[in-house]
Design a protein around this ligand. Structure first.
Ligand SMILES: CC(C)(COP(=O)(O)OP(=O)(O)OC[C@H]1O[C@@H](n2cnc3c(N)ncnc32)[C@H](O)[C@@H]1OP(=O)(O)O)[C@@H](O)C(=O)NCCC(=O)NCCS
Length: 177
């Protein structure tokens, strides 16, 4: 008898090595594994998530973004192990100084760093979403000392605000050139 394995996850995009899916109910442990790790929050003044309740709150927000806007952050896995979430990346709509923009987001398990996965996931998410929202600019809010993130933003084509503008959490506003 042949067993058909089908993923219940809603696929957003597939790239050379990765599969991006909509965050779903059961992802709370994956959210916590990525966001509860001190290493992934070295530059975050709020620190890592402390418990699953905080992860649940974040996941609920991720899910709600997709329901409301038809776009949002994605769970990222490798094509080899599509059920193992290695990080989160993607775009969500928000209002910056009265303008509707996308926020570009990426946060990965340290074990997945240094392989180009964050860049590949961000590119795949942008390629999927941007044609559906023409004219909406891509921004990223990154603390000045978070050099790994700023390097990645630069590789993706974002530049720091020339006037050094920051948001209300002192994060430098980067924008797609
Ligand atoms: C920011 C973050 C996602 C970057 O992860 P990353 O894995 O270093 O980023 P990339 O996917 O761009 O990987 C690029 C690195 O992998 C290396 N690499 C190895 N194989 C590669 C491949 N096939 N393709 C591309 N790069 C590859 C590159 O040389 C590059 O190294 P470098 O950054 O030293 O130049 C990661 O540090 C992170 O999760 N940080 C914590 C969360 C965070 O701060 N998020 C941003 C909040 S604003």
């Amino acid at each position: 008898m042949t067993t058909v394995h089908r993923s219940a996850r809603a696929i957003v995009a597939v790239s050379e090595r990765l599969v991006l899916t909509r965050p779903q109910e059961g992802d709370v442990e994956a959210v916590f594994a990525v966001h509860g790790d001190p290493e992934t929050n070295r530059y975050n003044p709020h620190g890592p998530q402390r418990d699953l309740a905080q992860a649940r709150e974040m996941l609920d927000g991720f899910v709600a973004d997709w329901v409301r806007d038809g776009v949002g952050y994605c769970a990222v896995a490798t094509r080899e192990e599509p059920e193992v979430v290695i990080g989160f990346a993607g775009l969500c709509l928000y209002t910056l100084d009265g303008e509707q923009v996308f926020n570009l987001y990426y946060r990965f398990r340290p074990s997945a760093w240094g392989a180009g996965y964050a860049a590949e996931a961000a590119r795949a998410a942008m390629a999927e979403a941007l044609p559906r929202f023409p004219g909406v600019p891509v921004t990223a809010l990154i603390r000045a000392d978070n050099l790994p993130s700023r390097r990645l933003a630069g590789r993706l084509g974002l530049v720091a605000d020339p006037d050094g503008r920051v948001d209300d959490e002192e994060r430098v506003i980067h924008r797609m050139a």
